[in-house]
Design a protein around this ligand. Structure first.
Ligand SMILES: [Zn+2]
Length: 339
């Protein structure tokens, strides 16, 4: 372990390694039994500071006991710690009543951040892809039986849109089971966030829905929920953009339909006699057929598996399958056909 309570404060021993005088202070505190385990109910709260030649400095319980906090710290990676610190600083700076690393009274897991807001206890829990279903379920159940309101924030890529089926378990879990069906992603640097609310995701068929992006400072706690402060405005802007794009797509689609049907007729008769443009012939003979590979901006590389009834069926390298209208496939700015 690297953290403990000393004189009532949460400290990290890495902050006490230099200069030498500081490391003497921490050794003296250890000798005096002043370094205490963070877990108030630990069976041996007294910790010993250890610092040898090989292993980096650490704290151990003076007696060998099973300690929930020790378990917690093993999974508390530098990445999670950094994000927790940033979130803590953000909200404490705004005057919120928030504590770090508090065990659920009825369980063995710890809330990363626990807010006390108008008499309600609200948890903000940080997760990454390593959090498995069993741990998720345990946290949900302990939080519930403690009477706390649980909110998640998931570490991920804030540059991409969040599409449910392509996400890791924890992202899908949060998106589908959280009370407001909202997925909030934070990047590893802890300076960018995205928010994907399920309520807004099916506005545009065959697309990946709405995902608001912003700086970390945009994150607020409102009505017991976390989210981007101007998400309604962002959603309206997105709708306007979609409507504009929709209009353009319809125009392009009508144009492509004409080419497609002309090609169909001509294929059976004689292409040259009917006078089809060489461009559209090339388009469908060379580009749109099973086996053709393409890159999708959000989902990576894929291959066309079938073309049927005006639909293009595809399989992505990650194993996921999908289908698109021919016109959408040909005109989408997300899709690039590989030569
Ligand atoms: Zn302990």
């Amino acid at each position: 372990m690297e953290r403990c309570i000393w004189n009532g404060n949460l400290i990290d021993i890495n902050d006490y390694l230099r200069p030498f005088e500081k490391s003497r202070e921490i050794r003296t505190a250890s000798d005096n039994g002043e370094l205490l385990c963070i877990e108030p109910n630990c069976l041996c709260r007294t910790l010993v500071f250890c610092h040898g030649q090989i292993r980096k400095p650490y704290l151990r319980h003076r007696d060998n006991v099973e300690c929930y906090y020790e378990e917690f710290e093993k999974r508390d990676t530098p990445r999670i710690k950094k994000i927790r610190d940033k979130l803590y600083d953000l909200f404490i700076g705004r005057g919120h009543n928030v504590k770090q690393i508090v065990r659920f009274p009825t369980g063995r897991h710890y809330a990363h951040l626990l807010f006390d807001s108008n008499g309600k206890k609200i948890v903000l829990q940080i997760a990454d892809k390593s959090l498995n279903k069993r741990q998720c379920d345990a946290i949900v159940s302990e939080c519930e039986s403690s009477g706390y309101l649980l909110n998640w924030i998931v570490i991920g890529d804030t540059n991409r849109y969040q599409d449910d089926v392509y996400n890791y378990y924890i992202s899908r879990f949060v998106f589908n089971t959280s009370s407001d069906h909202t997925l909030i992603i934070i990047n590893e640097n802890a300076d960018r966030i995205t928010q994907t609310p399920m309520a807004h995701r099916r506005y545009y068929n065959n697309d990946f829905g709405f995902c608001a992006k912003g700086k970390l400072e945009k994150l607020v706690l409102k009505d017991d929920k976390f989210g981007i402060d101007d998400i309604d405005l962002k959603y309206q802007q997105w709708r306007n953009q979609q409507a504009e794009r929709d209009k353009k797509l319809r125009e392009k689609s009508a144009q492509n339909e004409r080419i497609y049907h002309t090609y169909d007729i001509n294929h059976e008769n004689n292409i040259i006699k009917r006078g089809i443009s060489p461009l559209s012939t090339k388009l469908f003979e060379n580009e749109l057929k099973p086996g053709v590979r393409f890159d999708h901006k959000n989902h990576g590389s894929g291959i066309i598996t079938k073309i049927e009834d005006n639909m293009v069926y595809v399989k992505f390298a990650n194993g996921c399958q999908d289908s698109f209208f021919v016109s959408h496939f040909m005109s989408s700015s997300l899709i690039k056909i590989l030569k």
